[in-house]
Design a protein around this ligand. Structure first.
Ligand SMILES: [Ca+2]
Ligand SMILES: [Ca+2]
Length: 83
C-alpha cells in the first residue's frame, strides 16, 4: 500500500513538472503569440494594443507588470511564424 502511494505521488509530481516545462517552452519559443495560434501577426498586435497600459499578463511579454513599449518591441521582434 505504501509503495503504491509513493509511486502515485511521484507520477503526479513528474506530470506537473512536465506541464510546467511545456508551458515554459511555449512561452520562450513563441513570445508574442498572445492568442497561441502559432503566428505572431496583426491579431496579436491588436490584442497588445487593446491591453496597452494595463497589467494584462497575456500582453506583458517582458513580465514587468505593465503592457508598454518594451512589450510591443518584443512582439514585433517575434513577428511571423513561430519556430
Ligand atoms: Ca497569434
Ligand atoms: Ca511589460
Amino acid at each position: 500500500m505504501i509503495t503504491e502511494s509513493v509511486a502515485f505521488r511521484s507520477n503526479t509530481a513528474a506530470g506537473s513538472a512536465q506541464t510546467i516545462v511545456n508551458e515554459l517552452d511555449v512561452k520562450s519559443i513563441c513570445l508574442g503569440d498572445i492568442d497561441e495560434d502559432g503566428e505572431v501577426r496583426v491579431d496579436n498586435l491588436l490584442i497588445l494594443i487593446g491591453d496597452w497600459d494595463t497589467t494584462a499578463s497575456r500582453s506583458d511579454l517582458n513580465g514587468d507588470g505593465i503592457v508598454a513599449i518594451q512589450d510591443l518591441l518584443i512582439l514585433i521582434g517575434a513577428w511571423g511564424m513561430c519556430p
